[in-house]
Design a protein around this ligand. Structure first.
Ligand SMILES: Cc1cc2nc3c(=O)[nH]c(=O)nc-3n(C[C@H](O)[C@H](O)[C@H](O)COP(=O)(O)O)c2cc1C
Length: 308
């Protein structure tokens, strides 16, 4: 019998049993899916974005299908950090997947408050900052769109947390590498990429936008090539471990992101169709590596063969 495949990866200070995670906002708080899929088999779960106070989100319709993907304008609906820590996290600790909390705020102070709140909580393995949020102190410009503002935000969060710190990059910028470098300068350990692409859809019969907010975030297979390009550029040029996100559905998709330079991946929209997708990909990845005679998943990271 051949030796078992080693799926473990280390992203700086964050060690994972395997590189398959769920993406923020597409798997609730994890616990809702415990009866459908084995949470303990996942490399980790990333929670729905959490804020200081609960948020009710945007009015409907707030999701619609598009060719090769979907648009959403959920509006960061969530139960708030305190309810998550009191009511959800203890339940998750039974399984136990590695839990990464996705945090967002409208000011530097809110991000800092959230990161400081989870700092002493043993069940939180890492913090992921969603920086695609409007900064109310800067006229609504997103934190992740300006390198200086982002570096300042990350530095402030870094000062209050010793947990592995992930900064999630937006694709809605001209130079993601520059933003990744700013996150690194601020003290980030890991980058994740990408968040949704800004888009819109119109119903030609009613002539109305399909989302109540008009614009929304595009996700799913349609964004995969964009995500792969960002991961490739950022992994090679910034020099931090990267988690790839965007349109991943199959084991080939996972392999592509690993080869482009990702050390792990997050599965998002695919979970809406089948909440077992992430768990199935863990098995499929192990089977594929065994069939190809690849002993460890780490051999594949950044191993794309470029034209000479
Ligand atoms: C319905 C929905 C809600 C999302 N909510 C969040 C969120 O709260 N925080 C965040 O950082 N990303 C959020 N995202 C972005 C995803 O985590 C992911 O970056 C994006 O969907 C691309 O991956 P995918 O193509 O596999 O879905 C959300 C995506 C969707 C579709």
């Amino acid at each position: 019998m051949s030796a078992p495949v080693d799926l473990s990866v280390a992203l700086g200070p964050l060690a994972l049993a395997n590189p398959i995670l769920t993406a923020s906002g597409t798997f609730g708080y994890g616990l809702e899916f415990a009866h459908l899929t084995d949470l303990g088999r996942l490399g980790g779960i990333v929670t729905k974005g959490l804020s200081v106070a609960p948020i009710r989100g945007n009015p409907p319709p707030r999701v619609c299908e598009t060719r090769g993907g979907m648009l959403n304008s959920i509006g960061l609906q969530n139960i708030g950090i305190e309810r998550f820590l009191a009511e959800v996290l203890p339940g998750l600790e039974r399984f136990p997947p590695r839990v990464i909390v996705n945090l967002f705020g409208v000011s530097v102070e809110e991000y800092v408050r959230l990161a400081a709140r989870v700092e002493p909580v043993a069940g939180v393995a890492a913090v992921e900052l969603n920086v695609s949020c409007p900064n109310v102190q800067r006229g609504g410009l997103e934190f992740g769109q300006d390198p200086e503002i982002l570096a300042r935000l990350v530095r402030a969060v870094r000062a209050v947390t010793g947990k592995p710190l992930i900064v999630k990059l937006s694709p809605n910028v001209t130079r993601p590498v520059e933003i990744g470098e700013a996150a690194k300068a601020g003290g980030a350990d890991i980058l994740s990429a990408i968040n949704t692409l800004l888009g819109m859809a119109i119903d030609p019969v009613s002539r109305r936008p399909r989302l109540a907010t008009v614009r929304g975030g595009l996700s799913g297979p349609a964004i995969k090539p964009v995500a792969l390009r960002v991961v490739f550029d950022v992994a090679r040029q910034v020099g931090l471990p990267v988690i790839g996100i965007g349109g991943i559905e199959t084991v080939d998709d996972v392999l592509e992101f690993l080869l482009a330079g990702a050390s792990a991946v997050q599965i998002g929209s695919a979970l809406f169709r089948d909440p077992t997708t992430a768990e199935r990909l863990v098995t499929a990845l192990a089977d594929r590596l065994a069939a190809d005679g690849v002993g460890t998943v780490r051999e594949l990271i950044g191993a794309v063969r470029l034209p000479s």
